[in-house]
Design a protein. Structure first.
Length: 269
């Protein structure tokens, strides 16, 4: 199945609904269900600049671009299903959507519950700190019971904080914006989040925030996630990621959302 998709991609670099039906339902049962429905259901969680709302309330961001292009190449409509981060994997397993395209970092623990594709982006965890609360702090001083870190609930950043600063208290929030606001308000010393949010906000709120560490707390590889056993979907998505990597489209979209602030004119804030 994977060889079929790869060869088709190499010839045309475009998917269509006919690709789904190119093989029997015995070999692609999960893809066939999507094709019959005609809509790709994508689970994601809003956090900048992966997925967020524009001034009209519509979803925009890196993940949104990726999912839309995948659906277009596949001849499918797209349906986004925003989901709280700590419930996104259980929602996938329960069948609420077909795939997670939401900056989900590959980990051994998560691999016990979901089937990951090959990586399609690479980021990491960085820290932004409140200048006034941490003035003169060394890295060691962040590892204190008196220090409060803010983070999005259920995210890889929580584990990164606990690994690097085991003595510190971790305040968890459902929304990443809430975690950053806690630090801006002076209620927490620092916030950890996936890049480039800490870098962006340290520029936007330069009078309050700064990056205390040059090195990231961790490096990560992000991938699509499907349910365990859905090898046909994994093969299809792997082939698509390979094609969009080779033609430079994924890198172009990543650079737009992660190395520039040009997109900020589209957002309300």
């Amino acid at each position: 199945m994977k060889q079929l998709f790869t060869s088709l991609l190499s010839l045309s670099l475009l998917f269509s609904s006919s690709v789904f039906s190119a093989s029997s339902s015995d070999s692609t049962p999960n893809l066939d269900k999507i094709q019959e429905r005609g809509t790709l259901k994508v689970g994601l969680s809003t956090f900048v600049p992966w997925a967020m709302r524009d001034k009209q309330g519509e979803l925009i961001g890196f993940e949104v671009d990726v999912a839309k292009r995948l659906a277009k190449d596949s001849g499918l409509k797209i349906e986004f299903i925003p989901t709280a981060w700590d419930g996104i994997i259980p929602s996938l397993i329960s069948g609420k959507f077909d795939v997670i395209i939401g900056g989900l970092t590959i980990t051994d623990e998560r691999s016990k519950s979901v089937l990951f594709t090959v990586p399609y982006s690479h980021s990491g965890v960085q820290v932004a700190a409140n200048k006034q609360l941490t003035d003169g702090f060394t890295r060691e001083q962040f590892n204190s019971r008196r220090v409060k870190f803010a983070a999005r609930r259920g995210s890889i950043t929580v584990a990164a904080i606990k690994e690097n600063f085991p003595k510190a208290k971790v305040l968890q929030f459902d929304d990443e914006a809430q975690a950053f606001q806690e630090v801006l308000n002076g209620n927490a010393h620092a916030v950890a989040a996936s890049t480039p949010k800490p870098e962006f906000d340290s520029i936007k709120y330069a009078d309050i925030l700064y990056l205390p560490f040059k090195e990231r707390l961790s490096q990560g590889n992000e991938a699509f996630a499907v349910r365990l056993g859905e090898e046909d979907k994994k093969a299809y998505f792997d082939a698509w990621i390979q094609a969009r990597t080779e033609d430079g489209w994924l890198q172009e979209r990543y650079d737009y959302w992660f190395t520039s602030l040009n997109w900020q004119t589209q957002t309300a804030n």
